[in-house]
Design a protein around this ligand. Structure first.
Ligand SMILES: Cc1cc2nc3c(=O)[nH]c(=O)nc-3n(C[C@H](O)[C@H](O)[C@H](O)COP(=O)(O)O)c2cc1C
Length: 197
């Protein structure tokens, strides 16, 4: 099972990044392979000039194509998801998320824009033909405390519980996901099928 996780925050000190990292650990403890991409690690020119042929972008596209599921984490910026994340999602081919399960994660300064994932991010995931986009997690900044020295980042217990519930749902959805039929195989099956009444 392969999950691609995408961090949409331009900041290295990132609350949505803390949730993404927790999710990665949780999934890896259950034997799921997780490959993480951060939007800030891509060359800005590739994103701003929409360079579909950049090797880094093509590597990203290939891993997304191989993935069973994705976790997409973003800060809320101006009542929507981060623009930098949009420039990366714009580089995915049409139907890039077909047959894939997606778990969205967002953090925001207050709960005022807690629906940003629903009205802004989910339509984009749906345009990329995600098979199933889960309810997802929203946390406000007071629920996530950064790591300090040797003390790891902390989540309020209520958030920790919500995150684990969502990851359980995500994991179960990945496990029951039917593997897509290889191109050509369906055609072959139809041609060789024997029909009787
Ligand atoms: C440019 C900018 C715009 C923001 N706009 C909003 C907003 O509209 N609504 C909101 O709730 N929080 C907003 N915030 C706060 C961030 O969403 C919040 O601090 C979030 O947890 C940051 O995530 P990160 O640490 O992963 O970057 C904004 C922060 C920045 C820097």
């Amino acid at each position: 099972m392969l999950v691609v996780s995408i961090g949409g925050s331009p900041s290295t000190r990132s609350r949505s990044g803390v949730l993404l990292e927790r999710s990665r650990q949780w999934l890896q403890n259950r034997g799921v392979e997780v490959v993480t991409f951060q939007v800030r690690d891509f060359a800005a020119e590739d994103l701003l000039h929409a360079r579909f042929d950049s090797p880094q972008v093509q590597h990203f596209q290939q891993l997304v194509a191989q993935a069973d599921g994705l976790i997409v984490a973003t800060p809320v910026y101006k009542a929507s998801f981060a623009g930098a994340l949009k420039t990366l999602l714009d580089l995915l081919p049409e139907r890039a998320l077909a047959h894939k399960i997606v778990l969205p994660i967002a953090t925001g300064g207050s709960i005022a824009h807690m629906l940003a994932v629903d009205y802004a991010l989910k339509p984009v995931l749906s345009a990329l033909k995600a098979q199933e986009t889960l309810q997802g997690i929203f946390a406000d900044d007071s629920q996530v405390t950064y790591a300090e020295g040797s003390r790891p980042a902390q989540l309020l217990p209520v958030l920790e519980e919500r995150l684990h519930d969502s990851l359980e749902t995500f994991h179960a959805a990945l496990a029951r996901r039917p593997s897509p039929v290889a191109p050509g195989l369906l055609n072959e099956r139809l041609i060789s099928a024997r029909w009787s009444i």
